[in-house]
Design a protein around this ligand. Sequence first.
Ligand SMILES: O=C(O)CNC(=O)c1n[nH]c2ccccc2c1=O
Ligand SMILES: [Fe+2]
Length: 219
Amino acid sequence: HNTYPYLHKTDTDDMVPLVIEDLNSYGLCVLDNFCGPQLGRAALKELLCIYNKGIFQDGQLVAKSKNDAQSIRSDKIMWVDGKEPFCVNIGTLLKKIDGLIMRANKMPNNGKLGQYLINGRTKAMLAVYPGSGTHYVKHVDNPNHDGRCITAIYYLNIDWDVQKKGGLLRIFPENESNTVADIAPLFDRLLFFWSDRQNPHEVQPSYDTRYAITLWYFD
Ligand SMILES: O=C(O)CNC(=O)c1n[nH]c2ccccc2c1=O
Ligand SMILES: [Fe+2]
């Protein structure tokens, strides 16, 4: 597989053209250094604090082992709206992502993005893959027109080395049969992709604890 030349270092202060260009060309967009290490680390700290309170939901049931007592659980999640007192920095991060998506959606000549009128989003889903091979099987986020049009994932993994820790997100764009998009879940990286059948994707087995915050935008 060859992979996409879509990786952007966002030193330019206006990311809107990048988002429009890449969503139209590749159906996905990767923005690095999205909000800077300060806010990124503050958001990670809040996520860790919530996670260590043990209030995340149990991980998804992936495979029942032989005896029912154990079952392999995968990603653990928790939904927040970002206004909670323990999510101040996560809330600031979410506002930045909302602002970018809304500006891109309103921009004239924004191609396919103009076909949507984004008028809301889900709460933020905090997701932790606890390592030891936890993964997410190949799937489509919105296979049956539930209204979600764009998936936004913000990664918080400092010093993440995919060679050692796995946890790669692999997207299989439907109209690119021999091309995949391999996205490492790097700290302060923001990813957008169309949520529908255009983008089947999988989270490959992770061998360290892997943190992400996901939003789905509705039209
Ligand atoms: O973390 C990633 O890189 C990609 N992650 C996903 O595609 C993904 N997609 N759909 C979900 C639904 C419920 C709980 C977790 C998930 C989830 O991690
Ligand atoms: Fe997904």
